[in-house]
Design a protein around this ligand. Structure first.
Ligand code: SAH
Ligand code: SF4
Ligand code: F3S
Length: 473
C-alpha cells in the first residue's frame, strides 16, 4: 500500500472542498480536529471516523484551537512513523495544560499495537481506539467526558464499515480513495500490519459500487480502490449466488462511468492474475499503473521475508505486465538491510530494479517492529551504516530508472486529468497521465478547470515530472 505524505486538515488546499466543513458549522455541538499518518487506508479511515462523529454531533474543524477533541490516526509501520506520532502527542499534552477539558484520542495502528500502554505512557491521552472499533467512538467520548478514559482495540473478522459513507476530509474534489477490504492475511515477517489491522475481509461489492457511483454523481473523476492486497479481494453474496473477484470488481467499477478513472493499490506479486491484467487492458478508464512491491531481489531474503515468491517469479510477472500492457507503469516498494542481507542479495535487488524500470519506488531501511515474526525469529544484524549505504545505492538506481522512463515520454502525447494548479505557478495546471505520471503545462486560452481532461504533448521531463503543452481537449 502506498503511503501518502502526511497531511493534516490544516494543510487542506485552500478553496477546495472540505465536505465535513461545508455544512453549517453551527449545526454541530462540538468540534474535532484530526491528523492522519501512514497509508491511504488510514486517511480513508479518518473519513469514516469523520462520518461517525458528524452523525453524533461533532463537526470537523481545521483549527486546533476550536477543537473539543483532538484525534490522531496513527501508523506503526516503521519506528520513525511512531516517533512522529509521539512528538505530536507531546505537543497535544502541552495544549491540554491550558485546556484540560479538551480530549485527546489515539486511533489507528499504533493504538492497536500499544493498546492501554498508550494511556499509561502518555498520561494525557483520553481515548485509544483500534481500526475496527470506530463505531464505539461516540460512547467512549461520552465516557471520557465523564472522566473515564476509554480503550477499545478489539479486532473484528467482519467489520468493513460498508454502510458508512465517508466524509471526504482532504479532497481536491477530483480524486478519492475507496477502501474495498481491510486487514491482511499475509504474514510478511517484517510487517506489523497483520497485527494492527487483523484478518483480511472484503467489503460488500455493491456497497463499493454505490460509493463509487455517489462520488461520480458528485463530480469526482478518479477513484483508487484500496487494500493491503487487492488481488485477494473476494466477496460472495449471502445466498451464495453472486461471487465477485478483484478482476470482476475492477470491471464493475470501470463500468460505473467511462469517464471515471479507476486506480488500485496494492498488488501482491504472488496474487495479481492475468484476469486482472486483461481487465485493465479491456477498459481504457482503468489506469495503466501497477504498484508491485518487490521488497528484495534475492530469493533467499524473500523467503526469510515470507513473501512467497522468488526473484524469477517476480521477473516473470514484470514480463507478463509488459507483454499484456506495454504502456503500463510499474512502481515498487523496497526494503534494504533486512536481517542477514548480504552484499550479493543487495546486488540482486539492484539487478531486479534495473530490469523492471520502475517509474518510482518507495525505498526504506528495514526497521524491526516488536512482535513481528522477524523480530522474534531473526537478528536485525545489518549494521546501520551498511543499511544506509545500500539505501543510497537503491535510490541511485531508481533515480536513473525514473529519468529513463520519464525522458522516454518526450515527444508523446497523453491524456491528463487536471488535479489543480501546479505547485510553482497559477498559470500552469498539474495532473496525471493514466500511468500516474505527474504532468505540468501552461493553462493557455483553453478555459479548462480542475477535473477536466486535456491532451498534452510532452516537451521535457525531470525524474518526477513531465513538462508539456495542451494540444487539444
Ligand atoms: N501491503 C503492502 C505493503 C504495506 S506497508 C504490500 O504487501 O506490498 C508499505 C511498505 O512499507 C511495504 O511494502 C514495505 O516496503 C514497507 N515496510 C513494511 N514494514 C516495514 C519494516 N518493518 N521496515 C521497513 N519498511 C517496511
Ligand atoms: Fe504487510 Fe505483507 Fe500484508 Fe503487505 S502483504 S500488509 S507487507 S503482511
Ligand atoms: Fe497503514 Fe501504517 Fe497501519 S501503513 S495499515 S497505517 S501500520
Amino acid at each position: 500500500m502506498l503511503e501518502t505524505p502526511t497531511k493534516t486538515i490544516d494543510e487542506t488546499r485552500q478553496g477546495e472542498a472540505f465536505e465535513a466543513f461545508q455544512n453549517d458549522p453551527n449545526q454541530y455541538r462540538k468540534h474535532f480536529y484530526i491528523e492522519s499518518y501512514g497509508c491511504a487506508m488510514n486517511f480513508n479511515d479518518s473519513e469514516i471516523v469523520a462520518s461517525i462523529l458528524n452523525e453524533n454531533g461533532f463537526g470537523a474543524t481545521r483549527n486546533i484551537e476550536d477543537a473539543h477533541l483532538i484525534l490522531i490516526n496513527t501508523c506503526s509501520i516503521r519506528e520513525k512513523a511512531e516517533q512522529t506520532v509521539r512528538n505530536r502527542l507531546v505537543h497535544f499534552k502541552g495544549l491540554k495544560k491550558s485546556r484540560p477539558e479538551m480530549l485527546v484520542g489515539v486511533l489507528g495502528c499504533m493504538a492497536e499495537r500499544l493498546k492501554a500502554k498508550l494511556l499509561e505512557e502518555e498520561k494525557l491521552v483520553d481515548l485509544v481506539i483500534g481500526p475496527d472499533a470506530y463505531r464505539s467512538l461516540p460512547a467512549l467520548i461520552a465516557d471520557a467526558e465523564g472522566g473515564q478514559k476509554g480503550v477499545n482495540v478489539l479486532l473484528s473478522r467482519e467489520e468493513t464499515y460498508s454502510d458508512i459513507a465517508p466524509v471526504r476530509l482532504d479532497t481536491n474534489g477530483v480524486s478519492s480513495f475507496v477502501s474495498i477490504m481491510r486487514g491482511c492475511n499475509n504474514m510478511c515477517t517484517f510487517c506489523v500490519v497483520p497485527f494492527t489491522r487483523g484478518r483480511e475481509r472484503s467489503r460488500d461489492a455493491h456497497s463499493i459500487i454505490r460509493e463509487v457511483q455517489d462520488l461520480v454523481d458528485r463530480g469526482y473523476k478518479e477513484v483508487t480502490l484500496l487494500g493491503q492486497n487487492v488481488d485477494s479481494y473476494y466477496w460472495m453474496s449471502q445466498d451464495g449466488t453472486e461471487e465477485v473477484t478483484f478482476a470482476k470488481l475492477l470491471e464493475m467499477t470501470a463500468l460505473v462511468s467511462p469517464k471515471l478513472r479507476v486506480r488500485f493499490s496494492t498488488s501482491h506479486p504472488k496474487d495479481i492474475t492475468d484476469e486482472v491484467l486483461f481487465t485493465m487492458k479491456k477498459y481504457d478508464n482503468i489506469c495503466k499503473n501497477i504498484h508491485l512491491p518487490l521488497q528484495s531481489g534475492s530469493t533467499r531474503v524473500l523467503q526469510l521475508m515470507n513473501r512467497t515468491y522468488t526473484k524469477e517469479w517476480y521477473l516473470k510477472k514484470v514480463d507478463r505486465i509488459r507483454e499484456v500492457l506495454p504502456e503500463c507503469a510499474i512502481t515498487c516498494d523496497i526494503i534494504t538491510g533486512f536481517c542477514t542481507e548480504a552484499e550479493e542479495d543487495h546486488l540482486e535487488t539492484l539487478e531486479v530494479m534495473r530490469y523492471s524500470k520502475y517509474d518510482l519506488s518507495y525505498m526504506y531501511i528495514y526497521s524491526e517492529r516488536p512482535g513481528t515474526l522477524a523480530a522474534r525469529r531473526y537478528t536485525d544484524d545489518v549494521p546501520d551504516e551498511v543499511k544506509s549505504r545500500r539505501l543510497k545505492e537503491v535510490i541511485e538506481v531508481q533515480g536513473k530508472s525514473s529519468i529513463e522512463v520519464f525522458s522516454a515520454c518526450i515527444g508523446q502525447t497523453f491524456e491528463v486529468l487536471i488535479e489543480g494548479n501546479s505547485k510553482r505557478s497559477e498559470e500552469h495546471w498539474s495532473g496525471r497521465t493514466t500511468q500516474g505520471r505527474m504532468a505540468v503545462f501552461p493553462k493557455g486560452d483553453w478555459n479548462l478547470n480542475k477535473g477536466d481532461f486535456a491532451t498534452v504533448k510532452i516537451n521535457d521531463a525531470t525524474s518526477g515530472t513531465l513538462i508539456g503543452e495542451i494540444v487539444f481537449v
